[in-house]
Design a protein around this ligand. Structure first.
Ligand code: OXD
Ligand code: MN
Length: 596
């Protein structure tokens, strides 16, 4: 296809925007990358259709069974390019200490030099797409703007689902004149020439050598978390790796909760949970499944918007029992990446609970000896509006008020099902101490417990010590901050059996959280926080193992002493920048454990 709206590059371009700085950057990028042509994306259905047809011709996409999966397509990545690459992800600010021990750092001049050498000529023979996008509702004062330049049509069609992309975003960019610049090329997908670099002081991102969502859809992790977290600190708000969900009680009251769990720990499932039959009258409303931007309003209430417009979710494990809303919505208008295929060309994945794979995620004949049929980090991309539980407030410019912030991780041992922090300050310590087993969402070993403060280890664009300080500072001048909780759906017994059924049943835990927010239920004070009385978690109709609810609602003091020693060691690695208040909170918990 010859894309319309395209102009020859780099010389003699007709201006496509009234914003000179944007036009200049596009021209400069086209010269550097030596793109054959430049296409300004308008975000229209027609443009989407043409790109899809072009990718079907080039083999970038293949059509799935259109009777069963209308308007669904499959993209298979290069097998070396299936996850985020944390070891190749850099924060490039002037001062290394500002990036902190939690980030890889490179001096901006060196980083530009290194990556520009790779961009030189990277788009020869290719079209360069210009994607204006808005993170957040198009008319929200909390939204932020960006432009991604990419040579990947796959990125364009994904960005169209994941963000508010096209003409309306461009109009707002031209009005506000401030936007995040993201330059991306898949180049030759060589893992040795792959870098994801962030320049927060310049509000810019450069990403090369990967087409994987987390590395290539620059609105998501790169902009909405790494760059936005830096901006948020300067401007007094928070950019967090959190789902946002509304829980409507049978009486019709809705509480909004924001939950931070590490990648592939069930945020999408929780965000669109279906209440089980034992919880009649409850309704769940999804605002977001991955990212929340949180602002204090004039009354001191913390309000959240979801900067995204779609879901880029993990496919394996999705079925009518675990997540019926997702299972249903991905039967049409969905891009699948790295799933397997059945004989009649339907997408297939582990725990789909129906069908049989014949072709694996690498397009080979399925052979269990080669491992899983679908890649464990295979993904669906779908517009958020398709979700049956999509909240009517998901597009509200002012977002929703947050009653509770919930941290969590994947912990076989130690962490109880739920506990509440004793104060905001204590809650910041609880968040800073989050640890979780690693998952397939990032390259590297899976199942290793690592500290993942606030589930932001891969995404905080600056020094965690300064980030905790920023969290602590929100406590000044408002007494309306949400309560903070910690949950763990993943506790196991010695034989490896899960103690809690999870999925829809997690509503029972969220109900306790809401009851605590409304002061409707008492709690048991322990050194690590406030735990439920086991009778206050509704376990009607659950088939729990003997002793499970007691194990889930109690703590092992010796284990927690070891845990706090490990948290202390971790926090000390942040040296002098570590906020005193956090150290004091830690000492309070350690003392209480000693006395227990
Ligand atoms: C994601 C991730 O894709 O966290 O959301 O990796
Ligand atoms: Mn995520």
């Amino acid at each position: 296809m010859t894309p319309t709206n395209s102009v020859p590059a780099p010389g003699g371009q007709t201006a496509k925007t009234t914003l000179a700085a944007l036009q200049q950057w596009v021209n400069d990028s086209a010269s550097l990358c030596k793109a054959d042509s430049v296409h300004w994306c308008d975000g229209s259905e027609e443009e989407n259709q043409r790109l899809t047809e072009m990718m079907l011709e080039t083999g970038d996409l293949s059509e799935l069974n259109q009777n069963k999966y209308p308007n669904c397509y499959l993209h298979l990545s290069d097998p070396s390019d299936v996850a985020r690459v944390e070891h190749l992800t850099f924060v490039c600010c002037e001062n290394e200490d500002d990036a902190g021990p939690n980030n890889h750092w490179m001096a901006p001049t060196d980083a530009h030099q290194k990556i520009d050498a790779l961009f030189d000529g990277a788009m020869q023979g290719r079209t360069m797409y210009i994607i204006p996008y808005c993170m957040g509702p198009i008319d929200s004062p909390y939204s932020r703007l960006g432009v991604e330049i990419t040579d990947s049509p796959y990125v364009v069609i994904n960005m169209r689902l994941m963000t508010r992309m096209g003409s309306q975003a461009l109009a707002r960019i031209e009005q506000e004149k401030t936007f995040v610049k993201g330059l991306h090329s898949t180049s030759d997908l060589d893992p040795n020439k792959r870098f994801i670099m962030h320049f927060p002081e310049e509000l810019s991102i450069k990403s090369i050598g990967s087409g994987y969502g987390g590395n290539a859809l620059l609105g998501k992790k790169c902009h909405a978390l790494r760059i936005a977290s830096w901006q948020a600190r300067q401007e007094g708000w928070l950019a967090e790796h959190m789902l946002i969900v509304g829980l409507e009680s049978p009486e019709g009251d809705t509480h909004y909760v924001a939950c931070a769990f590490p990648s592939a720990c069930g945020k999408t499932n929780l965000a669109m949970l279906i209440p089980p039959a034992s919880q009649p009258g409850w309704k769940i409303w999804t605002l977001g499944d991955d990212i929340a931007w949180l602002h204090l309003d004039d009354e001191g209430v913390l309000r959240a918007i979801n900067p995204e417009a779609g879901y880029f979710g993990v496919v394996p494990g999705t079925n009518a029992k675990t997540n019926k809303n997702a299972f249903d919505m991905i039967t049409s208008d969905t891009i699948f990446t790295n799933v397997a295929l059945t004989a009649d060309n339907q997408p297939w994945w582990e725990n789909k609970a129906e069908g049989e794979p014949v072709t694996d995620w690498q397009g080979r004949e399925y052979d269990p000896a080669n491992g899983k049929a679908a890649h464990p980090n295979s993904r669906f991309t779908v517009a958020a509006r398709k979700n049956a539980s999509y909240s009517s407030l998901a597009d509200a410019p002012d977002g929703v008020p947050i009653s509770a912030i919930v941290f969590g991780g994947r912990r076989k041992e130690l962490a109880p099902l739920v506990y509440e922090a004793k104060s905001w300050r204590h809650g910041v310590l609880v968040g800073a101490g989050v640890a979780s087993e690693t998952t397939a969402a990032a390259t590297g070993s899976v199942g290793v417990v690592r500290r993942d403060p606030m589930a932001m280890k891969p995404f905080c664009g600056y020094n965690f010590a300064d980030y905790w300080n920023h969290w602590l500072s929100l406590d000044n001048g408002t007494n309306k901050l949400p309560k903070i909780f910690h949950v763990n759906w993943f506790r196991q017994d010695k034989e490896g059996n899960f103690l809690w059924p999870g999925f829809g049943e997690n509503l029972r835990v969220l109900r306790w959280i809401i009851d605590r927010c409304d002061s409707n239920v008492a709690a048991v004070e322990t050194p690590i926080g406030l735990l439920p009385n086991s009778k206050d978690i509704d376990i009607t109709d659950l088939d729990l193992l003997d002793g499970a609810i007691d194990a889930l609602t109690s703590i092992d003091v010796a284990q927690w002493q070891a845990e706090m020693a490990s948290v202390a060691e971790y926090l000390e690695s942040y040296g002098d920048r570590l906020p005193k208040a956090l150290q004091e909170e830690l000492e309070t918990v350690v003392k209480a454990l000693r006395a227990a």
